[in-house]
Design a protein around this ligand. Structure first.
Ligand code: PLP
Length: 412
C-alpha cells in the first residue's frame, strides 16, 4: 500500500490518519512517511548495486536532522552547499569521508571548516574558488581533494529556474577551463584531483539528457586520464524528477541503466546526488480551511498554510495535487487555493476541483517533502510549521512549531 492512501473515508500516512496528527499538532504541518523515505533510499542503492556507487543525498532538499539521520543510516553520503548543511549532516551522523561540497560561492571560512572536517571532495566551480582552496589548504599544511564541476551545456528540459547545465547559468566550468584547472591542480601540492562531475538540473523526467551528461563526463574523464591525471570518481549530480501531476519519471532502474553504461567504460567510482527523488513524494503539507470567499471572477479557498510554508507554486509555478483529508464528500467546487499572505502570488493551486469546504476542514498538498520545509520562511511574521515523521501507527514531532517569541528572539 502506498504510504499516503485513503482508508475509512480519511487520508492516511502509513497507519495514521492525517486528521489525528492535525488535531494533535495543529495546522499547517508537514507530515512525512519514514517508510517512504527508506524505500526510496533502498531502491536507489539496489538499482546501483551492480557498480561501485556512492549516493550523496542533497541535503538542501530536506535538511531536517531526523530525516537526515534515517537517510545516512542507509549508507548514503551528503551533498552540501553551505557550512550549515555540513554541520547538520555531521550532527545527523554522516561519515565526513562521504561529504561532497557543491556550490558556486563557497566562502573562505566555509572552505576552512570543510578542510578541518576532512570531507571527500570540494566540487570546484571556478578558478577563483580553486585558488582559495589551494591557499587555505597550504596554510594548514593539508592537501584538499577537489573535483571539477563541468558545465556541459546540456539542456535538462526542465523548469528554467532549476536548469543548471547551460552556459547561460552560473554553474560549473566549461571543459577547456576545467582541463586547464586540472593542470593547475597537478602543479599545486596543496590540491589533489579526485573527480570530475556535473549537475544539469532538477526535476528531470527525461533520461536522455542524463545519459548525454554521463557520456560527456565519461569522455571528459578519459581525456584527463590520457593527459596523465588520476581520478577516483565521476559525480553525475542529482536531478531525477518525481511525479507531481502527470509526469512519468524514470524508475531508479531506468535511471541507473541510463547512466551506468557510459560510466562503466571508465571503471571510475560513481557518485550521484539525489535530493527530490528521496523525499519529495514522502511528505505532505496539511492545512486547515480558514474561510471561503467569492469575487466576481473567482472562488477562493483560503487556508492557514501559505507561500512562506511552501513557496514552490509561487516560485516555480509548480503543481501540487491538493486533496481533502476527508474522502467522503458531496458536490465538487472549483477553488483557487490560497494562503493568507499579502501577495497575489501566495497561492497553492488555481482552479482546483475539491469538495465544497467549510472552515476547519483539512486539505493537504501532496509531494511536499522536497524543497518544502527547507525553503520555508517567516514572511508576514508567520511562525514556521512543525514537521512530523510517521512510522507505522506512531509519529514524532521532528521540528516543533515556531512560537511568536521565536520570531523576535534574535532581534536586538
Ligand atoms: C549540485 C547539486 N546536486 C544535487 C542537487 C539535488 O537535485 P535534486 O533534488 O533534483 O535531485 C542539486 C539541486 O539543485 C544541486 O544543485
Amino acid at each position: 500500500m502506498p504510504a499516503f492512501h485513503d482508508r475509512n473515508d480519511q487520508a492516511y500516512c502509513e497507519d495514521l490518519a492525517l486528521s489525528t496528527i492535525a488535531k494533535d499538532v495543529g495546522t499547517p504541518c508537514y507530515v512525512y512517511s519514514k517508510s517512504s523515505i527508506l524505500d526510496q533510499c533502498r531502491s536507489i542503492l539496489a538499482a546501483f548495486s551492480t557498480y561501485p556507487t556512492l549516493p550523496c543525498y542533497a541535503v538542501k532538499a530536506n535538511s531536517n536532522l531526523s530525516i537526515l539521520k534515517e537517510i545516512f543510516k542507509t549508507g548514503f553520503g551528503a551533498d552540501i552547499v553551505s557550512q550549515g548543511e555540513m554541520e547538520r549532516a555531521l550532527r545527523a551522523g554522516v561519515d565526513p569521508k562521504k561529504i561532497v561540497y557543491s556550490g558556486v560561492g563557497k566562502r573562505a571560512d566555509e572552505i576552512a571548516s570543510a578542510l578541518r572536517t576532512g570531507i571527500l571532495a570540494f566540487n570546484v566551480e571556478s578558478s577563483a574558488e580553486l585558488e582559495t582552496i589551494a591557499s587555505l589548504a597550504a596554510e594548514r599544511g593539508l592537501v584538499a581533494p577537489v573535483s571539477l564541476r563541468v558545465n556541459p551545456n546540456i539542456d535538462a528540459r526542465t523548469n528554467p529556474k532549476i536548469t543548471t547545465g547551460l552556459f547561460s547559468t552560473k554553474f560549473g566550468l566549461v571543459e577547456t577551463e576545467a582541463r586547464a584547472l586540472a593542470e593547475k591542480v597537478r602543479q599545486l601540492p596543496s590540491l589533489r584531483l579526485v573527480g570530475v562531475g556535473c549537475h544539469i538540473g532538477s526535476q528531470i523526467v527525461d533520461v536522455a539528457p542524463l545519459t548525454e551528461a554521463a557520456v560527456r563526463m565519461s569522455q571528459f574523464a578519459a581525456g584527463l586520464r590520457e593527459l596523465g591525471h588520476q581520478l577516483d570518481f565521476i559525480d553525475l549530480g542529482g536531478g531525477v524528477g518525481i511525479r507531481y501531476q502527470a509526469e512519468v519519471p524514470p524508475t531508479m532502474e531506468s535511471y541507473a541503466n541510463a547512466i551506468l553504461g557510459a560510466v562503466k567504460s571508465t571503471g571510475l567510482k560513481l557518485l550521484i546526488e539525489p535530493g527530490r527523488v528521496v523525499v519529495g513524494n514522502a511528505g505532505v503539507l496539511v492545512c486547515s480551511v480558514v474561510l471561503t470567499k467569492r469575487t466576481p471572477e473567482k472562488n477562493f479557498l483560503i487556508v492557514d498554510g501559505a507561500m512562506n510554508d511552501l513557496v514552490r507554486p509561487t516560485m516555480y509555478d509548480s503543481y501540487h495535487e491538493i486533496k481533502a483529508a476527508k474522502t467522503t464528500h458531496g458536490p465538487l467546487q472549483t477553488y483557487d487555493v490560497v494562503g493568507p499572505i499579502c501577495e497575489t502570488g501566495d497561492y497553492f493551486g488555481k482552479d482546483r476541483e475539491l469538495p465544497a469546504c467549510a472552515p476547519g476542514d483539512l486539505i493537504y498538498l501532496q509531494s511536499s517533502g522536497a524543497y518544502g520545509s527547507a525553503m520555508a520562511s517567516n514572511y508576514n511574521s508567520r511562525p514556521r510549521a512543525p514537521e512530523v515523521l510517521v512510522d507505522g501507527s506512531n509519529y514524532r514531532v521532528i521540528r516543533r512549531r515556531e512560537t511568536l517569541q521565536d520570531l523576535w528572539e534574535l532581534e536586538l
